[in-house]
Design a binder for this molecule. Structure first.
Ligand SMILES: [Zn+2]
Length: 652
């Protein structure tokens, strides 16, 4: 171990290939940041523009900007230090206790200048939210080669086209409810301690008696690389065990774990229901009353969106480490946009090798499932699937199909009449899917062909769909939660009947929060970059700039120079392919054009330099219709506008 340098050398992205802005992207990066904030539509909707360059993470906002670096912390994990600040630090408020009730949502909305009367339209301005774990959640994103050059964080009420939304960094969109309930867990407790969604998997592993192993932590270094004894439960483990829930008086160990994931359920809404209307959700109340609930919920991945967030829960690592960085993202090496969330099925293949899922970990510890032996694991409608023996979204369905059909029919009455009365086909469809999920669960716990699932990860979808369409604090959302509670009750009854209830560890959570959003904005802030005429692949809220790498070699005689133009992103071979037909203009004093050339099939060309011009006055512009233009001095340095001055004026 080289301890002295460890605390003083900044630690940049893992596996750095193209994420963030490299020296060839200085001009396009600044242009994109400026374009977003000055766009007539996107500018007023944008909270943060985030990137990495020059060994530092950058967070830009209209109210100010910071650059920060990360370092190995002596106590483990990372420390973060700000190295530049103009105006306000936009992510200074990391308070995880902020906006913890519907009343607090209303006050924050009122403080933001909105009426602050109706919870379902309680919009909040960035100055009145917090960003828990902002530094860690921003930095982790850029650890994946799939990470963008630039990420946008919209204002809390400006992310998309529906009355309820999530995806952003702020506490409203990033906070999930979290409850642990079962053997070994403190009972009847509301804890005010903090949690991140990456802490769930290690806590399950700990309660289920997994051995500690020599695996990677948040920093990507194994226990032995960090000079300590095995100290993690998973091959990679960004999170840690949530000690606040462990009951020191209860030494019993769960025989199995069951995550009930109520997709998109707002924590403030759930708390309101428990305080004001708990009789309507007796089954969730039953689990919560015999367990520990996190008063301030648990903070999820950035972006706080379904596919990355589910996989963070199921692996104990952030999206930047499991590599599903967004519902949709760009693979630079193959020039391909992939959309795990779009395709829904067969998405285990997108999960990076660096992560281990809980299904895989249960198999590692208790053996692969073989007939009546080993650990049987199941994923029901759940986006985290890799390693599960039953996985609906991998089309691996275990269990008697006739019984499945029969139970699905039997539960058809659980669907509220509201969805058809409202002529809301998506909710009707989600309700039917959730009914099938319950049938799958009951079959899996009562089928004699395999042991009951040692680990179950079960997605309930209607709370999300209805949260989006009706809003997080709507009658619709309440009906969706009531319906879901009935389904949870059917599962608990089946487990009771099979004698499996008492020794099962239950976890109630979600993949993200849900914020009231002004749907009339029809917001998609990343468009501003394309509207400014820039070349980029955009996968909301991520931006991948399409740039050229330019090398200028001025020859000794001072009379000629060679220019090489390559695509800035390497392809699958690891090489940067040449840019053919790039038009190069050499200009001198007064922008007078003194030379032109165009690159050949190898991406190169030569230029004669005028002998009567000072080399310091000459500059090159490089244009190609598929790439962002470049403007360089002969020594290769970029000519950039001072965006600090443009954005912050006198402050800069
Ligand atoms: Zn979701």
């Amino acid at each position: 171990m080289t301890a002295p340098t460890e605390v003083t050398t900044p630690v940049g992205p893992e596996r750095l290939v193209g994420q963030g802005l490299d020296p060839n992207q200085r001009e396009s990066g600044d242009r994109a940041i400026h374009a977003i904030f000055t766009d007539a539509k996107a500018g007023p909707e944008t909270d943060l523009v985030i990137t990495f360059r020059d060994c530092a993470y950058e967070v830009w906002a209209k109210r100010g900007m910071i650059r920060f670096q990360r370092f190995y912390a002596e106590a483990g994990g990372y420390d973060y230090r700000i190295i530049e600040q103009i105006g306000d630090n936009p992510i200074a408020n990391e308070d995880y206790t902020a906006i913890a009730t519907i009343d607090e949502e209303l006050s924050a909305s009122k403080a933001s200048g909105f009426p602050g009367i109706e919870p379902n339209t309680a919009y909040v301005e960035p100055e009145h939210v917090s960003y828990p774990y902002a530094f860690e959640r921003i930095a982790q994103l850029f650890d994946s080669p799939n990470a963008p050059d630039i990420a946008i964080n919209p204002k809390p009420y400006a992310f998309g086209r529906k009355p309820g939304q999530h995806g952003a960094l702020d506490v409203i969109q990033a906070r999930s409810p979290l409850v642990f309930s079962g053997p070994g867990v403190r009972k009847g407790i509301r804890t005010d301690t903090r949690s991140r969604q990456i802490d769930i998997a290690p806590t399950i592993a700990h309660l289920c008696g997994f051995p500690l192993i020599d695996g990677q932590d948040l920093t990507g270094r194994t226990s032995s690389e960090r000079g300590v004894r095995p100290d993690v439960y998973l091959k990679r483990q960004d999170g840690h065990v949530l000690g606040a829930i462990i009951d020191p008086e209860d030494a019993s160990r769960p025989q199995r774990a069951y995550i009930l994931l109520l997709d998109g359920q707002s924590n403030t809404e759930l708390k309101w229901r428990l305080e004001n209307d708990a009789d309507a959700i007796p089954n969730l109340r039953r689990l919560i009353n015999k367990g520990t609930m996190f008063e301030y919920g648990s903070i999820t991945n950035f972006p706080s969106i379904t596919w990355p967030s589910h996989n963070a829960i199921g692996t104990g690592v952030w999206g930047g480490h499991h590599d599903i960085v967004n519902p949709t993202y760009y693979l630079r090496e193959t020039r391909e946009v992939v959309t795990p969330q779009g395709q829904q099925f067969d998405t285990a293949k997108f999960l990076g090798d660096g992560a281990e899922t809980l299904y895989e970990a249960f198999h590692r510890v208790y053996g692969p499932w073989q007939g009546e032996h080993g650990a049987f694991t199941a994923s029901i409608h759940e986006p985290c699937t890799r390693g599960a023996d039953h996985a609906t979204l991998e089309r691996k369905v275990v269990g008697d199909r006739d019984r499945l059909r029969e139970l699905t029919q039997q539960f058809a009455g659980d669907t509220s009449s509201k969805w058809l009365a409202d002529d809301h086909k998506p909710a009707q469809g989600e309700s039917i899917v959730d009914g099938r999920g319950v049938a799958q669960a009951i079959v899996l716990y009562t089928d004699a062909s395999h042991p009951p699932p040692a680990f179950m990860f079960h997605e309930f979808t209607i709370t999300d769909g209805v949260g989006h369409d009706y809003g997080p604090h709507s009658e619709g959302q309440r009906t969706a939660l009531d319906e879901t509670d009935v389904r949870v009750g059917r599962i608990l009854d089946a487990l009771d009947g099979a004698g499996l209830y008492d020794d099962t560890l239950f976890i109630i959570t979600t993949d993200h929060g849900m914020a009231p959003v002004d749907a009339s904005l029809k917001a998609t802030q990343v468009r501003a970059v394309l509207d400014a005429g820039m070349k980029a692949v955009t996968a909301d809220p991520l931006i991948y700039l399409i740039d050229m790498a330019v090398t200028i070699t001025a020859h000794e005689d001072g009379r000629t120079a060679m220019i090489e133009v390559l695509a800035n992103d390497a392809d699958a071979s690891g090489e940067r392919p040449p840019v053919v037909g790039a038009e190069i203009t050499l200009s001198g004093r007064g922008a007078k054009v003194v030379g032109r050339a165009s690159t050949d099939s190898g991406g190169t060309c030569g230029l004669a330099l005028p002998v009567d011009a000072e080399p310091g006055e000459l500059y090159l512009t490089i244009h190609h219709e598929d790439f962002n233009a470049r403007r360089l001095r002969l020594d290769g340095t970029a000519i950039v506008e001072d965006i600090r001055g443009l954005l912050y004026g006198a402050l800069a």
